[in-house]
Design a protein around this ligand. Sequence first.
Ligand code: ZN
Ligand code: ZN
Length: 437
Amino acid sequence: MADRDTAIRRTAAFVAGIAFGAWMAQPDTPSLSIAGAAYAQEAEVSPTMVRDRNRDAYYPNTEDLAPDEMRVIACGTGMPTTRAAQAAACFLVELGNGDKFLFDIGSGSAERISSLQIPYNFLDKIFIGHLHTDHFGALHDIFIGGALMGRNVPLKVWGPSGATPELGTAHALEGMMQMLTWDMAGRAGNVDFRGYRLEVNEFDYKLENEVIYEENGVVIRTFPAIHSIDGAVSYALEWNDLKFVFSSDTYPNKWFIEYAKDADLAIHECFIAVPDLVNKMRFSPESALLVGTQVHTAPEAFGKVMSDIQPRLAVAYHFFNDFDTGTAVYERIRKTYDGPLSMADDFMAWNVTKEDIRVRMAVTEERTWAPPLGAPAEPPTLDDRTAFAEQVGIDIADIGFSEFTKSGYWDVDDALRPIFKEASEALGRDFPYPGDE
Ligand SMILES: [Zn+2]
Ligand SMILES: [Zn+2]
């Protein structure tokens, strides 16, 4: 193994991300990273030391993208069993033209996304690789939660067909919308309802590198993956001569080898080392060998894939990236791959240009409220409730409270009326108390 690799490995034992940009830092494009900061060029520093420094962490809402720049942020890198440190699969791609795309929306990822404080109107395009919950389990969270915090455009979702209609994305999301009937019925008429619409674009899972999205200079292609059963896919996004590739889940396959070539950022699943499936996850050895090598991509196989496609930066995800398990994954990858590598963790951020790839961890706000609105909110209208009732085939009279429930009201009108009076006085227009109109 090369000396360079040994040096990288030493650092990687302690940090999750590795920037190779720092090894070739240019004076005008300093490439700071957690791993390589010591090697970066000194930048001009203000006398107070609080401004004008190159940051070694990414703070959301503080950096515009350059017109030719791509930023990718991991909003989920873990496993189906989510934990506080790692949500399940989700990667956000932001482009210098203002476009944003989500690839997978696994369980737990919606709260990671919220920490980035991005107006939800910008988070209206989601591409699902397959229908395991660790890849789409937070869809209903961002669908409802995003609309409640300001998305007032439909949420558009792309996903593959399956071997039968029941195994496809459209069927799954029809089921999700059915699940949300009570939720939606109660919101219609109380809030701006424009964001509570889902647009589903199901495409043939057998498409081989065909375009499923093309707009504003962005082209997204899909190709088959081999995972669980038929109906899993991977994606490639190309824009401005930059290429992002996301495997979602797959066993190494000929399509990824062919269509991920020349990727600037190639994200591929990489599973926990087989011994840790036994030691940490309590799998039987038989099961560990099957799941760790045949169902998923073992680290050694991940390395072989990356050695073949040679991306500018390889990203491994889909393992618990801890001090005692991440190193085993890393060492096994290094048996078959010695190129640039990030061991993904939640909130890792990659800024990609033709000249440089900068890897940092995002520092995020946990107590997030609504981000700024992408477009002004509208007052609620009961027409939305009528339309919803018609759409789902429920009598409008059944959406609301029965005489039985109404009989339970306890009178707090004297406490609530002043709130309406307060709003009327503060805003200079009349807000009548419900029932008074
Ligand atoms: Zn899966
Ligand atoms: Zn998965």
